[in-house]
Each structure stands twice: as structure tokens, then as C-alpha cells.
Design a protein around this ligand. Sequence first.
Ligand SMILES: [Zn+2]
Length: 223
Amino acid sequence: MIIMPRYSDIISRCVKNVHKCNTRSASFARVKELFSSLSLKKASATKKLPYDYICRVGDPVLRQKAMPIDLRTLENETFQQTLEHLHNVMKKGGTVGISAPQIGLPWQLFAIEITEKALKHFHPYYRMQNIETCPLTYFINPKLKVTNPEKIVLYEMCASIPEYSAEVPRVKEIQIEAYNRLGEPFCWRAKDWLARIAQHEFDHLQGRLFIDIMVPHTFKFIK
Ligand SMILES: [Zn+2]
């Protein structure tokens, strides 16, 4: 049984007197450390990188610009295993796209996969939006170009902001130049919903979330 110490006890251990004038300061880093050691042992054990879950808004990794990947790394077996891991977390999370920052890795990498089975389970709202299937595709060091700037506004969700949705404007057609898992360059074109997913994942690599560009009053809880 875990016995939670009183919050006041913890705070008092993190507060120290400084200077003779009795000014006090609390170290929030120390508070966090103590809480982890006292009650979050299990949770912190799963926090090693890469995460085996999709992290949520508030994790700093979701707000930083991802780093380009040195293509020589692709030959490394551990890197290839990391790609498999990313795919597994995506399947476990029931999403059709995932970016490396969402498993704690600030790398320019995302994956998209839309299977026939996934399509059948989509909400009717999404099935109406001209969605196509897409084989598992990894995008390494992607560069995105807008090929049709017409803006489409549709409801969108993100596994890092679960249970919320909002209308988000996205351009209709895009083109991405990236490297595949073998380090080969490829050019990928998409329109409508598939283009939306790619823009969403590409935004994750810039530290941008859909809530930054949504139509604010449409933001809603959907559970
Ligand atoms: Zn997302």
C-alpha cells in the first residue's frame, strides 16, 4: 500500500530559509523529485526513452523544434528498432499518425498508416471527408511544400490532447520530400484528409499543436 505523505510535509522539506531577512524559497525541482521518490516509482519507471505511450500536452518535448536525423544513424539496428517501436505505440494508441516527439524523441520523424480496418472504425464525420488508405510510411527529415493553398476547416484531434477536438484550418494539398527508413529520398503527395494528417504530424516536429491554429470557440470536450 502506498501511503501518501501530507502535501504540507513535503513542501516544508523543500523550503529553506535564505538570507538573514528570513526570505524563503521553495525549490519546485525538489518538490518534483520528492514526489517521484515517494509515490510515483512505478510511473517514473516507464518514463525512460523512448516512451511506450503517447505523451500529453505539458511535456516540454511537444513544444520544441525537432532535430534533423543524421542519415548514418539509419544503419544502426537500434534506430530501426525505434521505428518499429514508434509504429507499435501508434497502433496501441489507435491513431493513424504519430511523431517522434510524442514518444519523447525530439527528432524529425513521423509515421502515417491508414488501414482498411482503421477506416471502418472511423467516426462517420471523418468517413465523409474523402479519406484514403495509406501504407505504413516513415517520413525522416521531411520538408513540406504547399501545392494547393485552399483552406479546408474540419474537426481534428490529437492523441497528445485526448478527448478534445476543434476545427482546424489546413491547406488542401501538399507535397513532402523526405527519406524513408533505408535513407532513400522520396517525394509524397497528398490531398484532403491525408494531407491534413501529414500537416498535423509535420507541425509536431515544429513544436506546434492543433490548439495553436484552431478556431478557438470550436474547442470542445468530446467524451
Ligand atoms: Zn497530434
